[in-house]
Design a protein around this ligand. Structure first.
Ligand SMILES: NC(=O)c1ccc[n+]([C@@H]2O[C@H](COP(=O)([O-])OP(=O)(O)OC[C@H]3O[C@@H](n4cnc5c(N)ncnc54)[C@H](OP(=O)(O)O)[C@@H]3O)[C@@H](O)[C@H]2O)c1
Length: 504
């Protein structure tokens, strides 16, 4: 990022004492501040119910948040004080109309004292059931329209199905235009996700082979070793399909599969992404039975520690049928991708924390060379999203020596392996883009809509199938056996992290 010209504004965070604000938002704002990316007169107003003073908020919320979660924690001595002066705490209940009137007065006072020129950003970091009521109150009590520009940032989940997402969008549109709405999908803020388009469109040797003539299939994995942590209540209502596939994984599919956009303008990119979502071949009930695998973890071992089953997690129903794992095989019905399966999997309590995208190229005809020199492995392009960030290509080459033995080798670029490389967090990029008014890395309504249209029939088919046999994988395994069979039936297999063959 290079510093841009940024308008001053006020950033109001509803849920300013919550987990997201503490783990992501304040550290991101602090890192931007240290790097000189915040507008000079940005004011941040944290809204919560608890009785903090400005000072106790600073000591009990802000300081521990930065010490624990900022990648710039070493800069605290020099930067904490000037950063903290920008933060205010405002106590109210979001269901109290009088609270909004007081908040309006407070914002006007800040606007008159500072240089924010009436520009306002409202960040909804509260539970999803509060999104609608907060938006309605902002409008009814006159906090919007702002005197300057206005933007609203909305956290996931954006609805729990198409009807609820449509209703939420309707409420949003009563107070904000589409251009003013920033729907967060924090995967889009990750460094390597932004890199997908560059890798594809800035390298001569990828784009010509980026199609069904050369690509055998695509694998996208987003695996976590953690369970539901302290979010069991939310997760048990959502499940992996809604929590991960509808947004993050389908967004990755769009970036891998989209056509080159007419320009790098926001809407040109989003236009291409939404075309991919609309081209997804719908899964009917029969296809769901075959190509959509769900799982829930039982007790098992992670990093040498026994962990409890999902059904014993805090705030999870003891007979829960919520899926903590999903594997999907999907197709994109267009000329570029016809016949190329995209295999997606995501889950909790899996053996590794890893997000990566693997494009496996078609094998060469097995007729001519090298048969006696070892098995030719497929060429792979692997985009590592997290925790390692980078990209590598797996090729076949001759092992040094007098015989002609063939081994896989790797051309490997690892962005964050070097000591000293400290990539910005996704929320840094996203908050920065909100402040400068660039919604490219946020999802447009028609993308959200198309993603729900694809996902809802899967939920419905699962509901119609009745009680699943859960738990069906032990914590520490790569999901249920059916997830392996999904590829084995196609004579393929999942590549594990670093499993794109061990390199000799
Ligand atoms: N946490 C994450 O890692 C994460 C990741 C992705 C998305 N999200 C999304 O981010 C949003 C926030 O999640 P979270 O984990 O931060 O939730 P959380 O820890 O439960 O925090 C909820 C926040 O909402 C405030 N709040 C609740 N009811 C309120 C009321 N009636 N009036 C005023 N404030 C009220 C709480 O303030 P007080 O307790 O001070 O009253 C608190 O600041 C959710 O939509 C979630 O889905 C979170």
């Amino acid at each position: 990022m290079t510093p841009d010209r940024l308008d001053n504004s006020l950033l109001v965070i509803f849920g300013g004492t919550g987990d997201l604000a503490r783990r992501k938002l304040y550290p991101a704002l602090f890192n931007l501040f240290v790097d000189g990316f915040l507008p000079p007169a940005l004011g941040v107003i944290a809204v919560g119910r608890r009785g903090f003073t400005r000072d106790s908020f600073r000591q009990e919320i802000l300081l521990p948040s930065l010490e624990t979660f900022s990648r710039r924690a070493a800069s605290m001595d020099a930067y904490f004080e000037p950063f903290a002066t920008r933060l205010h705490y405002f106590r109210t209940d979001i269901y109290d109309p009088e609270g909004y009137t007081r908040l309006e007065q407070f914002l006007v006072e800040l606007e008159e004292a500072g240089g924010s020129r009436g520009n306002r950003i409202f960040y909804l970091a509260v539970a999803p059931e509060h999104f609608g009521p907060v938006i309605r109150s902002l409008k009814e009590t006159g906090l919007v329209p702002a005197r300057g520009w206005q933007r609203v940032v909305i956290e996931k989940p954006f609805g729990h199905d198409l009807p609820s997402a449509t209703e939420l969008n309707r409420q949003l549109r009563e107070a904000f235009s589409e251009e003013e709405i920033y729907r967060i999908d924090h995967y889009l803020g990750k460094e390597m996700i932004q890199n997908i388009m560059v890798i594809r469109f800035a390298n001569t040797f990828f784009e010509p082979v980026w199609n069904n003539k050369y690509i055998d299939h695509v694998q996208i994995t987003s695996a976590e070793t953690v369970g539901v942590e302290n979010r069991g209540g939310y997760y048990d209502r959502a499940g992996a399909l809604r929590d991960m596939v509808q947004n993050h994984l389908l967004q990755l599919v769009t970036l891998v599969a989209m056509e080159p956009p007419a320009s790098l303008a926001t809407e040109a990119i989003r236009d291409e992404k939404v075309k991919v979502l609309r081209s997804l071949k719908p899964l009917d009930a029969a296809a769901v039975s075959k190509n959509a695998i769900r799982g829930q973890y039982g007790a098992g071992e992670i990093d040498g520690q026994m962990v409890p089953p999902y059904r014993q997690e805090k705030e999870v129903a003891p007979d829960s049928t919520t899926e903590t794992f999903v594997a999907l095989k999907l197709f994109i019905d267009n000329f570029r991708w016809a016949g190329v399966p995209f295999y997606l999997r995501t889950g909790k309590r899996l053996p590794l924390k890893v997000t990566e995208i693997i494009l496996q190229f078609k094998s060469l005809p097995d007729i001519l060379y090298f048969k006696e020199y070892g098995e030719l492995r497929p060429n792979l392009l692997v985009i590592r999203v997290q925790p390692l960030e980078g990209v590598y290509v797996q090729l076949n080459a001759k092992r040094p020596g007098n015989n002609n033995y063939i081994v896989p080798i790797r051309l490997d670029f690892c962005q964050n392996c070097e000591v000293g490389v400290n990539s910005p967090e996704a929320y840094e990029r996203l908050l920065y883009d909100v402040m400068r008014g660039d919604p490219t890395l946020f999802t447009r309504w028609d993308e959200v809509e198309a993603a729900w249209k694809f996902v809802d029939p899967i939920s419905a088919a699962w509901a119609a199938q009745g009680q699943p046999q859960f738990p069906n994988y032990a914590a520490g395994q790569w999901g249920p056996p059916a997830a392996q069979r999904l590829l084995i039936c196609d004579a393929r297999r999942w590549w594990e992290e670093n499993g794109a063959e061990s390199i000799s």
